[in-house]
Design a protein around this ligand. Sequence first.
Ligand SMILES: Nc1ncnc2c1ncn2[C@@H]1O[C@H](COP(=O)(O)OP(=O)(O)O)[C@@H](O)[C@H]1O
Ligand SMILES: [Mg+2]
Length: 328
Amino acid sequence: MNPAPAIRVRNLSKTFQVPVKAPGMRGAFRALFKKENRIVPAVQDISFDIAPGELVGFLGPNGAGKTTTLKVLSGLLYPTSGEVEILGFAPWKREKDFQMNFSMVMGQRTQLWWDLPARETFVLNQKIFEISDKDFRERRARITELLDIGDLLEVPVKKLSLGERMKAELACAILHYPKILLLDEPTLGLDLVMQKKLRNFIRDYNRETGSTILLTSHNMADVEELCKRVIIIDGGRILYDGDLSKIVERYAPDKLVTLTSSVPLDIAGLKALGKVISHNGSSAELEIPRKDVSRVMGLLLAQVPVVDLSIEELPIEEIIRRVFLENG
Ligand SMILES: Nc1ncnc2c1ncn2[C@@H]1O[C@H](COP(=O)(O)OP(=O)(O)O)[C@@H](O)[C@H]1O
Ligand SMILES: [Mg+2]
């Protein structure tokens, strides 16, 4: 039998009621007397399980319902219908054993005290989460080392850059080593070096503590490097839940071959090898079915004086776009 899931979601729906304003003064006046509401179905009947220790990517375009789902999972919003259980707890009950084992980091929202150095929020969290002095010292040292934020902890949070703040934010959010960690766009707005550091940290934290992590991201590098499994959501509904590698195989049956020759390439010859995506003098891009790649490369190298050649997977963005096209 499988172990109990760390996160269990069944037929979850969340709708918002938004007051509709008719345009102009008259509309505003009328709205005083008669409230007209529009129903926004942000999340519609979604179900999934996440096993303890899994690190899952939650993907979808803007407005898909990702943040709403995470807010329901964290107890910030009450579901309209359906069930959510995290480590066996109903999040909105805010029970202590739930709070002690849970953390959520949202890019746009800070739990750090704006005017104080992050170090002080750390100390506050040590008290709230009843972390022993020994554990606190060890964890703070480990976290500051991994995230490379030693000096940052002394600087008032309002003086930190976005990337620095995000690192301090994450450090603070996991000081109590939560078993469940939800991350909403953790690398949004960070430079490439910082993104990489954050990803390494998320991976190490997952491995070292066996925590369960659900993360949303628009950044495909996050997803490729961190997540074996992805849940894809659009219009509040789940389009796909499974291995990232399976959708890569299914929606990207071809590989992208980029080639440069020392002589101009003949378009008819290229067409015989695969689907020509672009052709410009002595350079070309071809899409070639996965299973044919080695045979075609053999032919190509025998026929063409190749000076440069690369074989790549399609970008993940493109693959996800194809999932939306087929299922959306
Ligand atoms: N507090 C709210 N009130 C009304 N509508 C909301 C609220 N929060 C989100 N929505 C709507 O719900 C839908 C899903 O939003 P969200 O969960 O933020 O998507 P995502 O995080 O995937 O971009 C959107 O149509 C959004 O406008
Ligand atoms: Mg969002």
